[in-house]
Design a protein around this ligand. Structure first.
Ligand code: FDA
Length: 568
């Protein structure tokens, strides 16, 4: 029998990978294979149930990666969840659909990625979206939209579950947040996110099930004979051709391990890595693309010297408070407040801007040192200055606060959106079955921890403001015995670090940036030094976003698919 071969081999059938698989297999004359470590979850209730957030955690569909001990967070580890299934992390996530601040996407172009800006990406957000226009009743409960920002014909169903109309707290929260100085934002998907909003979800409203990447981009197309899903199969590494193309390494295939053993799947055109921000870097390193010092430690021959593979890891940190509720609230409705730094810090914002500005050079030095000099201070400083401008000059949202009243409990979780901390992810060994070593360096900088405290205090103040104050009883967690109103900064800091979790938004580990700025992929998402290897997943986002990630990842993968198609 002849060896299997395809025009395109995609490693990782997750959120991004299935978009690319779908769009490339629209071309009848090409063949596409997707290698996915997990399997179908079409009938897994922990996945499909729109009220089932977190029920899939710790099951066989969760990679449940463990971080290294976190030096700046009392040495504790974190569990970083990620989906191991056809559909990837979109099968276990919180279903929130929020995009980004327009300026943040424009920044990608500012730093050297031609063609990557909000205006252009908006066409791809819309291309991916099958917007479910809210009913009158849903609008009365906080759903809203401006038609010019939505696509009606894309594969991904986006809208509000009908059950949101059981909720009675929208008006109370809206009034309270207005008193806190925050306006209701009827449309947060148009690039302006500051305000109080009831954003849509990735949900199939009619079937009342989660809309994940497989449901949107694979199952309706499963009969395509040129699209092959190879599930329960791990991609180990890229196999290279003996000859190069003008000095660039040429991928000939992918070594995979199934339950029956290890084999090679050959590729005629391209390998596309879509294994997620915590795994695509490992696939490159196992293939000999990375930092020669690290590859040498593991006895892996260097194919491409690209020192920044796995660096620039940016994630967020999440804490929660909760109150006993007075009203029993049913249905599924989540409400988000996205205040700017001025709304949070009030008249202290200017002093904070100056203080953070004066520390940016030292932030850059610390991150560069933590990368063993692989990242350059000047590049980091450029990125941090842009981030500072976004926060303090452009006033993008500084934190997201999510109110989840349900039954007798009123939970409020939050995460500062743009921490300065950066870490890395690298292989532990040359064995592809070993999970990578992940070090996000949470709370590397005092301001990242300080923000975590300030937002918690802001939430307490909001919850004590009428009319919401009338809907709740005592604070249950952490509670005033644990954290009295006048608790010291130290006590707060301890609470934050003992109870935070990752916000599960790792990005940046194979950043799309010019090579001289520490980038790993070009604006065409091609890995520098290779002829036919691209990356399409959260790894390529050069900077953290104010939105949740999937909407942007679907858009990026749609654009990537066009780029790949145009190149042939
Ligand atoms: P993704 O993880 O989707 O895909 C990678 C795929 O590659 C997986 O299917 C994996 O099994 C596979 N794979 C990995 N290694 C492999 C190998 N060696 N061989 C073969 N296959 C391999 N975002 C949002 O927008 N709204 C939200 O509400 C939330 N909430 C949320 C909650 C939780 C708990 C998490 C963990 C994450 C979120 N997110 C979120 C984030 C969001 O879901 C996430 O960023 C994207 O789904 C990531 O998409 P990717 O395509 O990058 O990787």
């Amino acid at each position: 029998t002849s060896s299997p071969h395809y025009d395109f081999v995609i490693v990782g059938g997750g959120t991004s990978g299935l978009v690319v698989a779908n769009r490339l297999s629209e071309l009848h004359n090409v063949t596409v294979a997707v290698i996915e470590a997990g399997e179908s979850v079409l009938n897994n209730f922990n996945v499909t149930n729109v009220m089932g957030y977190s029920t899939a955690f710790g099951t066989q569909v969760d990679w449940a990666y463990q971080t290294e001990n976190q030096t700046y967070a009392d040495g504790l580890q974190q569990t970083v969840r990620a989906g191991k299934a056809l559909g990837g992390t979109s099968t276990i996530n919180g279903n929130s659909y929020t995009r980004a601040e327009d300026l943040q996407i424009d920044t990608w172009e500012v730093v050297g990625n031609k063609g990557w800006n909000w205006k252009n990406l908006l066409t791809y957000y819309k291309k991916s979206e099958g917007f479910e226009v809210p009913t009158e009743d849903q609008i009365a409960h906080g759903a809203n939209y401006n038609a010019s920002y939505h696509g009606l014909d894309g594969p991904l169903k986006v809208g509000w579950p009908y059950s949101m109309t059981n909720s009675s707290v929208f008006h109370a929260l809206k009034d309270t947040m207005e008193k806190m100085g925050m306006n209701y934002n009827p449309e947060s998907e148009g690039g302006k996110m500051v305000g109080f909003t009831v954003h849509p979800d990735t949900v199939d409203r009619e079937k009342n099930v989660r809309e994940d990447a497989a449901r949107a981009y694979y199952w309706p197309y499963e009969t395509r004979s040129n699209l092959k899903i190879i599930s329960n199969t791990r991609g180990n590494k890229i196999i290279w051709a003996n000859s190069t193309a003008g000095g660039d390494a040429v991928a000939a295939g992918v070594e995979v391990t199934t339950e029956y053993g290890t084999e090679i799947i050959y590729v005629d055109r391209e390998v596309i890595l879509s294994a997620g921000a915590l795994r695509s870097p490992a696939l490159l390193e196992l293939s000999g693309v990375g930092n020669p010092a690290l590859l040498g430690q593991h006895g892996i021959p260097v194919k491409v010297n690209l020192t920044t593979v796995g660096e620039n890891l940016q994630d967020q940190t999440n804490n929660a408070l909760s109150w006993a509720g007075v009203d029993t609230v049913t249905g599924l409705a989540t409400f988000s407040a996205l205040p700017s730094v001025n709304q949070l810090y009030g008249d202290k914002a200017d002093a904070l801007a100056a203080s953070v500005k004066s520390q940016l050079a030292s932030y850059a030095r610390t991150v560069a040192q933590a990368s063993n000099g692989v990242l350059k201070e000047a590049n980091l400083l450029e990125a941090f200055n842009l981030q500072h401008d976004m926060i303090f000059k452009s006033q993008v949202p500084y934190t997201e606060i999510v109110f989840s009243p349900l039954g007798q409990s009123f939970a409020v979780e939050y995460w500062p959106l743009l921490p300065f901390s950066r870490g890395h992810v690298h292989i532990r060994s040359a064995n592809a079955s070993d999970l990578p070593a992940i070090n996000p360096n949470y709370f590397m900088f005092a301001q990242d921890a300080e923000a975590q405290v300030t937002v918690a205090k802001y939430i307490r103040k909001s919850m004590a403001t009428a009319p919401v104050s009338g809907l709740i009883r005592e604070e249950q967690s952490p509670g005033l015995e644990v954290l009295p109103t006048d608790a010291s900064r130290e006590t707060w800091d301890k609470w934050v670090k003992a109870h935070y979790r990752t916000n599960y938004h790792p990005v940046g580990t194979l950043s799309m940036l010019p090579r001289e700025k520490g980038g790993v992929v070009s604006p065409e998402l091609k890995v520098y030094g290779t002829k036919n290897v691209r990356v399409v997943d959260a790894s390529v986002l050069p900077f953290q976003l104010c939105g949740h990630l999937v909407s942007t990842l679907y858009a990026v993968a749609e654009k990537a698919s066009d780029i790949i198609k145009e190149s042939y």
